[in-house]
Design a protein around this ligand. Structure first.
Ligand SMILES: [Zn+2]
Length: 384
């Protein structure tokens, strides 16, 4: 055991990790004073994690008894010594600091608590964690989020794939179809050996293999007036990947009514479009889908993918734009595609943007408009 004296003559006891462990076993409290993101990589087993700043500003919150034996540890021994001096000055009588800190503790193979989940989290999301505007807090926010994807097809595939990779904690996938061979040209969540399997099951298999941290709720249903509010329960952002009109209007009305952002995407042959409809949270300021198209088109004017055809990569482009907007909305960063309709032409490789204003007479989102309930639009104009 060694002691160190500071310039005010306060002696701080220095312990080796071995000695600290023995003291802990005899009842001493070990406090890891590093910052939360450092402790996530692992800390001495049994240590309490309290960042140095918090400990020094309100020591009595964590350590009410100034006579208790308290051992402090940090990364290499410097900060814990500083904190020990501060606690001594605050009247704590039995304070010690661990020399060499957690690095030495680990090097001496003393028990660590490295929650597997945390190590996985730090490694898996390391490229997000170093991004300004994401970081640990943002990544935890993603992990605490739920995104609803209506459709596990062309748009839902890339969107769900990237949202799972990005660490969205929960994805609710709603689709009542089964995988067909003609889907595989663009619906990349599915595979040859899963033809005939419900799409939500096939999707859950692929997404689970990519990121086991993301919880998948497969819902093998078609969205209807009767179930739409249940599907939206607890959801932070909704992605419209249904590419059919009944579901699109239903989702729009529910998102306005429940105040949830709707990330819209649609594809047709060589073209696609995307937008964010957020009228529910921004009444009178942001448009909804009905501001753009008050009524569904007649079925003959709305050919679906199976009739009109679609370039396989196209839903990939649009679905990934949707995933990007969803992540921005979840993190509250950047400028959402709100009040803007982005149009993409694959043949000319051009993006074009149209400004969308809210319709003051919109039947759904005009301020003061009373919610009229949901209607099930004739499924004859439904696409697949
Ligand atoms: Zn509207």
């Amino acid at each position: 055991m060694t002691r160190t004296a500071d310039n005010r003559g306060m002696e701080i006891e220095l312990l080796t990790p071995q000695q600290a462990l023995a003291r802990m076993r005899a009842g001493a409290v070990l406090v890891d004073v590093r910052e939360a993101h450092e402790r996530e990589l692992g800390m001495a087993e049994g240590a309490l994690g309290i960042a140095r700043g918090d400990l020094e500003s309100a020591p009595a919150d964590a350590l009410p008894d100034t006579d208790a034996e308290v051992l402090l540890i940090c990364q290499a021994g410097g900060r814990s010594l500083q904190a020990a001096r501060a606690l001594c000055a605050a009247g704590y009588r039995r304070i010690a600091s661990v020399e060499g800190g957690t690095m030495r503790w680990q090097a001496e193979a003393l028990p660590m608590c490295t929650p597997a989940a945390d190590a996985d989290f730090m490694e898996r999301y390391s490229r997000h964690l170093r991004l300004p505007n994401v970081g640990l807090a943002g990544q935890q926010r993603l992990e605490a989020s739920t995104v609803l994807l209506l459709g596990a097809g062309g748009l839902g595939s890339p969107a769900a794939y990237y949202l799972a990779a990005a660490g969205v904690g929960r994805l609710r996938l709603v689709d009542d179809d089964v995988v067909e061979r003609s889907n595989l040209q663009r619906q990349i969540l599915h595979a040859e050996d899963r033809i005939g399997v419900p799409k939500v099951e096939s999707a859950a298999t692929t997404l689970g293999a990519l990121n086991p941290r993301t919880r998948i709720d497969p819902v093998r249903e078609r969205a209807t007036a009767a179930n739409v509010e249940r599907l939206l329960e607890g959801v932070d952002v909704v992605i419209d990947g249904a590419d059919n009109f009944p579901v699109r209007y239903l989702l729009n009305d529910a998102c306005v009514h429940l105040g949830k952002p709707l990330v819209y995407g649609a594809v047709h042959r060589f073209e696609g479009q995307a937008s964010v409809f957020d009228a529910g949270r921004h009444r009178g300021q942001a448009p909804c889908y009905r501001c753009l198209f008050p009524e569904p088109p007649p079925p003959e004017a709305a050919p679906n993918c199976s009739e009109a055809g679609v370039l396989g990569v196209l839903p990939g482009v649009i679905g990934m734009l949707q995933a990007t907007e969803a992540i921005k909305l979840l993190l509250g960063i950047g400028e959402p595609l709100r009040g803007r309709l982005l149009h993409f032409d694959a043949l000319s490789m051009r993006f074009r943007e149209t400004r969308l204003l809210p319709d003051p007479d919109c039947p759904t989102c005009a301020p003061g408009r009373v919610f009229a309930g949901y209607e099930d639009i004739d499924p004859a104009c439904a696409a697949g």
